[in-house]
Design a protein around this ligand. Sequence first.
Ligand code: C2E
Ligand code: MG
Ligand code: MG
Ligand code: MG
Length: 277
Amino acid sequence: AAKKQGLGRYQFYQEALTQTVTDRLQLTAEIRQALVQQDFVIHYQPQYCHDNDKIVGAEALVRWRHADKGMIPPAEFIPVAEQSDLINELGIYVLKTACQQCLAWWKRGLPRFSLAVNLSVNQLRPGVAAEFQALLMEIGFPLANLELEVTESLIMKYEDLSELKALQALGIAIAMDDFGIGHSSLAQLKHLPISKLKIDRSFIKDIPAADNDMLIASTIISMGHSMGLKIVAEGVETAAQKSFLAEKGCDLLQGYLLSKPLPAEEFERLLLARQQA
Ligand code: C2E
Ligand code: MG
Ligand code: MG
Ligand code: MG
C-alpha cells in the first residue's frame, strides 16, 4: 500500500512539475512579446540625502503593464527572465530607457541625480562592461551619473568579478543591494568593487521596536563608513526610522515615507517642484 501511495505521490509531483515548466515557458514567451510591444515601464523611486531632503538619486524599478492582468511587479517575471537570455534583453531595455529618460529631464534643466539600475548577476557575462559603455556613449549618458545595484547573495556566489571591476573602472558606481541578509562579512567587502551598501529592508522595518535591528543597522553604517562606503537605507516607512537612521549618519534614505516608486510623469513633477523650491 505504501508503494502504491508513493507512486501516486510521484505522479502528483510529476504533474505539478510539468505544470510549472509549461507555465514558465508560456511566461517566457509572453515576456519576449512584451519586450517587442514595449509593455515594460519604469518607475523611479527617489533617494534622499539624510540631512537636507535633497533628491540625490533615483532607483529605476521595472513593471510589466499587462493588458489583462494590470501592473505586474518584477518579482513575478524577473526570476523567470533570469532563467534565460531574456534577462539580458530586459536589462538592456531598462538601462537604455531609464538613461534616455533622465537625459531628457536634464537637458530640460531639471536637477541632476545619480540613476540606480538593478543588475541581475546573470547579466555579468563576459563583455558586458564594453557593451554598457558603448550603449551609454551612444545615448550620451554620463557614466558618473550611473550606479548599478547588485544583490549581496548573488555577488557572493559569483567568483569572477572582472566585469564588475571593469564597470567600476568606467566610472560607474556599484552598490550592494539587500545587504545584510546574505553571507558576506563586512571584512569581505573590501575586496569587492563597490562604493555603496544598501541596508536590506528587513533590518529597517522593525526599527525602533527591535533593538538588535537597530544595532545591526548602526553597525553597518559605522563599519561601512570606516571602509569608505556610502550607506543607503531601503524601505524607510516611518518618521522614527528616518530620524534614527539620520542620527546614525546613514547617507541616503529611500522608502515609502519619502516617496513610493513613481511613474515617469509623476517623478518629473517631483523634480519640477524641487527645482522651483
Ligand atoms: P530592490 O532592488 O531591493 O528594490 C526595492 C524594492 O522595495 C522595490 O520593489 C520597491 O518598490 C520596494 N520598496 C521601496 N520602498 C519601500 C518601502 O518603504 N516599503 C516596502 N515594503 N517596499 C519598498 P519592487 O519594485 O517590487 O522590486 C522588487 C525587486 O525586483 C527589486 O528589489 C529588484 O531586486 C528587482 N528589480 C526591479 N527592477 C529590476 C530591473 O530592472 N532589473 C533587475 N534585474 N531586477 C529588478
Ligand atoms: Mg535595488
Ligand atoms: Mg534593495
Ligand atoms: Mg530589496
